[in-house]
Design a protein around this ligand. Structure first.
Ligand code: AMP
Ligand code: ZN
Ligand code: FE
Ligand code: FE
Length: 281
């Protein structure tokens, strides 16, 4: 069986391994298909293109992205696969998101100062130097460095989670907007980790908005959850995908690529749905 991992983050967002490091580790660990799915950016994939380190006979690299969208109570993540990296509308949207994420860091720093946690904004931005998508994980790391919290998890639990005082929302698109952007770029929209949405009525609503598939396999889904979403996918005739949500963060499973994988046939079926011929498959 060929192995695939269709959900991977790099230093282009909040992962700690560079895009080239991810490709190297994926090859070493025997994966045949990977998708790089950074939060709100394709910069990692553009870098791989520039380095001419893209698909070869051993490893197929699928272009991907993970968008954040917001509903009043829940944050929903939508994965887009096989997107054309030169699509003007996609690139325009991503530029706006990147700018907003930087503005948000300034707003977060103001808020943290008023709460008694002064931090230097430049320190956060330089920490995220390779990241097109700067976010709460980078802020959390600086809060730990400054000695306010022992761990990133503690910084989230006490300050940065959505229901905590240091939370600042970022500009997010609606589920419908994101599905439109992905489809316009020739890509396939997939609902990420439905088990983390926390509301299956909302999952049904996302399906009705025109999602093409759901991420049935994810490290946070146990066997019961996998079975539930397999049935849901079959009922609605949806594609089935899965991935490790790898960030290369110690203490967060999986700590290396190849530990969590899905059947390569899922990747092959997904690639068959792309609206154009990409460098990937
Ligand atoms: P943002 O998009 O800037 O609001 O940050 C959201 C990201 O923070 C998520 O995609 C996760 O990767 C990360 N995150 C959320 N909760 C935690 C946590 N408790 N510990 C570490 N990282 C987290
Ligand atoms: Zn992340
Ligand atoms: Fe996610
Ligand atoms: Fe993710």
């Amino acid at each position: 069986m060929k192995k695939a991992d269709l959900h991977i983050h790099t230093t282009a967002s909040d992962g700690r391994l560079s895009p080239l490091g991810v490709v190297r580790q994926a090859k070493q660990s025997g994966l045949s298909y990977i998708a790089i799915t950074d939060h709100d950016t394709v910069d990692g994939l553009l870098l791989l293109q520039k380095e001419q380190s893209f698909t070869d006979e051993k490893l197929t690299i699928i272009s991907g992205i993970e968008f954040s969208t917001d509903t009043p109570e829940h944050e929903i993540h939508i994965l887009g696969y096989g997107i054309a990296l030169d699509n003007p509308n996609l690139l325009e949207q991503l530029t706006a998101l990147k700018r907003d994420r930087i503005d948000r860091v300034y707003r977060m720093v103001d808020k943290l100062r008023s709460l008694g946690y002064p931090v230097d904004v430049q320190r956060i931005l330089s920490f995220a130097k390779d990241a097109a998508s700067v976010g709460r994980p980078h802020v959390a790391r600086v809060l730990v460095q400054c000695g306010y919290f022992a761990t990133v998890a503690e910084a989230f639990d006490r300050l940065l989670n959505k229901d905590k005082p240091g939370y600042v929302p970022h500009y997010k698109l609606s589920v419908r907007d994101v599905i439109g952007i992905i489809r316009q770029a020739g890509g396939v929209p997939i609902l990420a980790h439905p088990g983390l949405v926390g509301d299956d009525d909302l999952v049904e609503q996302v399906i009705e908005e025109g999602i093409a598939g759901i991420e049935v396999y994810h490290p946070t889904h146990d066997d019961v959850v996998v079975k539930k979403y397999l049935q849901l996918a079959r009922r609605h005739d949806l594609l089935i995908t899965g991935g490790s949500d790898f960030h290369a963060i110690s203490g967060r499973y999986p700590e290396s690529l190849g530990l969590f994988y899905v059947d390569g046939e899922l990747a092959e079926t997904l690639c068959g749905k792309f609206g154009h011929t990409s460098d990937g498959c």
